[in-house]
Structures are given as C-alpha cells and as structure tokens.
Design a protein around this ligand. Structure first.
Ligand code: NAP
Length: 470
C-alpha cells in the first residue's frame, strides 16, 4: 500500500492565482481616496496593479505591492483602466488617446448635483476618447465600502456600456471582488447610474410630507380644542398638556390614519379593476406613486405607534396624574366616601389596553416582515399573507382600540362645533375596512379574482364597433 505524502505547507494564495501564475495587470488613474481603496481590494483579490499619476514620485501612501508610473506608461501596460479622477479633470486624457485606443476605461465618477452637465460623465468620456471602450461602473460604491468589503447594502455593482466584451471584463472583476453585478444596458443608462448616489430618500418623501401634515393639523386641532377652549371658556390654563397629553393624542391618530392610508390604494385599485373589467389598463400616476410608498408609510405609522406606547408608559409617573390621584384619595377620606367599583369601566379600560397591545404586536410583526433580510426569506405567499391578511387584521384591531377609547363619548363632547379628534381619525380606517368588507363579498371577490387571473370584460359597444369594422 503506497503511503500518502502530506505537504509540509499549504499555499494560501487564491486558487485562480495558483493555477494562473501570470496574474492580470490592471491600471488605476488617480491616487486619491477611491483609487487607493479600489487598489487595495484589487490587490487583495489577486490582481497586479499599476497606478497612473501626475506625480508618480511624490504621491501619497499607496497599498503595498502596487507600482506607480506616469499616466502614459501606466496606460500602455494594462488593457483595463479605472479612472478614479473627477470629471472636471478629464481633459488630460485627450492627449493620451493613442495609448488608450481599444482599452477598457471604467468611469467611476459622480457629480455633486443632478443635471450638472448636459451629458453623462461616461458619455463625455466616450466622446473624448472615441476609440476606447467606456464602461460606467463602481460609482455607487463609496471608498469606505470598498475598503471594508461588500456588506448587505453595498453588494451590488451597477454597470452599463456599449461594448459587451468590455462590460464582461468589468463584470468579472466585480464578481471576483465579491460583488453582484447588475447590467443596466448601454452607455445611455450612465446618467441614471450617476444619479443613484444623489438620491435623497425618494420613496420616503410622500410619506414624510403626509406624516408631517397630519401631525401639524391634529396638533393645532387639539391645541384649540384642549387648551385654547379651556382658557377662553373656563379660564383654565391647560397649556402643560401640550407636552404629553397632546402628543399622546396626536401620535396614535397619525399612526392609525397612516396605516389606513397604506391599505386604501389597494382597495381603490381593486375597485378600479372591477369598474374597468380588466387588469391590463394602467393605474393613474398618483395611484402608482401612492402604491409604491406603502412600505415607507407603514414604517412611519409603526414609528408613531411606538411613540404612543412610550408616552402611555410614562402616564403613571406624571406629576399631573399623581397629583389628581392623591387629591382624589384625600377628598374621599375627608368626605368619608368610597367610590364604587365600576365593572363596566374595568371592562372598558382592560379591553382598550389589551386590544391596543395586540394591535401593536401585530404592527411590529408587519414592520419586521418588511425588512429586506426577513422578506427575502419568505415565499411570496407568506409575504402577502403577512402584509395583506395580518395587515388588515392590524388595521381592524387598532381601529377597534380607538372605538373602545371613544366608548360612550361619541357624537357629543363637541367644543366650538369641533368633534373629538378620535372621531375624526376613525373616518379613513372605518372607510377602508368597510370597502375591504365589500370586496370580500363572494360575488365581488369572484369577479376580482377572475380579473386578476387575466379575464377581461368586453365592452358591448366596443364589440359592436369591432364587428361593424370587420
Ligand atoms: P480624490 O481623492 O480627490 O482623488 C482624485 C485624484 O485625481 C487625485 O488624487 C489625483 O491623483 C487625480 N487628479 C486630481 N487633479 C487632477 C488633474 N487636474 N488631472 C489629472 N488627475 C488629477 O477623489 P476620489 O474621492 O478618489 O474620487 C475620484 C472619482 O471617483 C471621482 O470622480 C468621484 O466622483 C468618484 N467616486 C468617489 C467615491 C468616494 O467614495 N470617494 C465614490 C464613488 C465615486 P494623482 O495626484 O495621483 O494624479
């Protein structure tokens, strides 16, 4: 039996390097922040690297193992060049046109503002060096992210370009660095890629504006009802209520309305499909935009609900509450009276709190399941079950919680003809639940399911017109 010979040492270099001793040489123009971080990752991934710099002998510290040459010499040595230089300095490349001919030029540049230049940086570069193959890539990653390796949010490298071979070469490098490549097509998509890093929460704008508007409206509404009214009519100074009582009324109101507004566009869309008898007609733009920001609306609603929970927890330690409690107890002792235990009140408050806690629990579940790491692990059916069925249940429970709060105080307690705020906040959620109930009626549900499976109702007028034409 032959004895197995164990090697005394193990090679730690990547398999690709071990099998291919001639490692690919890449070039980076620019020894700034991005140039250094990208260079370090390329060297770690097994590439050889040469920098092209204006000052090859006096540039700052560079990753060990890299060579620094003049632009001209560096460009001649590699077939793929990363341009880690700001667009404003691209003119110097024109004089290097002969050396850059047929080379792959990776444009990583971004701008400070959208539409700063009439054409995308990558298109401008292609115009400067028409015989090079320009690929737009890596611009959505920061120098910091490159240094720290791909994390969840920074796993993707978007690229675009007119040459398939050039894009493939860049895609191979990105994959080797540990990124997922997303090809966005030809160089005409460069402007879109350059706009990505400049986006400022586009899906959050509408929900934030809405939350801000609702908060401001209900704050002033309650200020007039609870503070100004008491001052004018009863001469009482209730202004201290602004900090906790008012806030703790505004937050749940905004939360409930925002949650209802998450489900309202779905219901409107369903009725629109029923009315049109087809799912193949586009929704109006406003409805499309509304549907696209439902997740953000739901997360904001959850944030307001969390504030309501926190504010409710501090109620027992408030000076005002402790004072009222002590004053009530003392007055009962002095008058030698005991208030009777009110079972109905006990039922009411317990149910109100219990339903509130249940609603908040479901709210949290909805929020957690909308996180990408969680939703990615769910099947489509599981995700829609949580977001739709449990979502409506959450809306129902939170609405019920508010009805319990109102209890027997509905339709009275008007001040200056202004109804209590909880009555106002119940309008949208009750309407959404009612409309959803209508959609759940077997005959309506059947028609909607048919339409969503592709069935179309033919318009009798259209049919007659068609037959006349034929
Ligand atoms: P930087 O730190 O300012 O470095 C730019 C480099 O360009 C300089 O170190 C210099 O290298 C070279 N340079 C400066 N003036 C020049 C000129 N007149 N002619 C030729 N070369 C010149 O900038 P950076 O942060 O690395 O960004 C470089 C590019 O990457 C920009 O287009 C930026 O939009 C893009 N980007 C940056 C990041 C980031 O996180 N930093 C992220 C995505 C995209 P030499 O002295 O060696 O010539």
């Amino acid at each position: 039996m032959s004895e197995e010979v164990k090697p005394e040492s193990v090679s730690l270099c990547p398999v690709s390097i071990a099998t291919n001793p001639e490692r690919e040489l890449l070039c980076i123009f620019g020894t700034g922040d991005l140039g250094r971080s990208l260079g370090q990752r390329l060297l770690q991934s097994g590439y050889r690297l040469v920098y092209g710099s204006r000052r090859p002998h006096s540039c700052g510290p560079l990753p060990p193992g890299a060579q620094v040459l003049s632009h001209e010499a560096a460009a001649q040595s590699a077939s793929l060049i990363f341009l880690c230089v700001h667009r404003e300095h691209y003119e110097f490349l024109e004089s290097l046109a002969p050396q850059l001919k047929d080379k792959v030029l990776v444009d990583v540049s971004n701008n400070l503002k959208k539409n700063l230049y009439p054409e995308a940086n990558a298109e401008y570069l292609q115009r400067l060096i028409p015989r090079a193959m320009v690929v737009k890539a890596f611009n959505t990653l920061s120098a910091w992210a490159l240094q720290n390796g791909p994390s969840d949010a920074n796993r993707q490298v978007y690229l675009c370009g007119n040459s398939t071979t050039a894009k493939q070469a860049v895609a191979d490098i990105a994959t080797k660095l540990g990124f997922t490549v997303l090809d966005r097509g030809s160089l005409s998509a460069a402007r879109e890629l350059e706009d990505f890093p400049l986006q400022l929460f586009p899906e959050w704008r509408l929900p934030i504006r809405l939350a801000f508007g609702l908060t401001a409206f209900f704050f002033f509404y309650l200020l007039i009802r609870d503070v100004v009214y008491a001052y004018v009519q009863e001469g009482k100074d209730n202004s201290f209520r602004i900090m906790v009582s008012l806030a703790n009324k505004v937050f749940p109101i905004v939360s409930l309305i925002m949650l209802a507004l998450c489900y309202l566009p779905g219901v409107i869309a369903a009725f629109l499909q029923l009315y049109r008898g087809t799912k193949y007609k586009r929704f109006p733009d406003w409805l499309d935009r509304w549907m696209l920001c439902r997740k953000q609306m739901g997360l904001l609603a959850l944030a307001f609900a969390s504030l309501h929970v926190l504010y409710t927890l501090i109620i027992p330690i408030r000076y005002y509450v402790r004072y009222r409690l002590a004053a009530n107890t003392i007055s009962q002792i002095m008058e030698n009276k005991t208030s009777k235990f009110d079972t109905t009140m006990a039922w009411r408050t317990d149910s109100y709190y219990s339903v509130g806690i249940l609603g908040f629990g479901l709210y949290l579940l909805l929020g957690i399941s909308s996180l990408p790491s969680v939703s990615n692990a769910l099947s489509w059916r599981e995700f829609t079950f949580i977001q739709s069925k449990l979502g409506y249940l959450t809306l129902f429970i939170c609405t019920f919680h508010t009805y319990l709060y109102g209890w027997d105080k509905f339709l009275h307690k008007y001040k200056w003809y202004m109804p209590p705020s909880y009555m106002l906040c119940l309008v949208v959620p009750s309407m959404v639940l009612l409309l959803k109930l209508l959609l759940l009626l077997p005959c309506v549900d059947k028609s909607l399911t048919h339409i969503r499976q592709g069935w179309e109702r033919t318009d009798p007028e259209d049919a007659t017109r068609k037959s006349l034409l034929t």
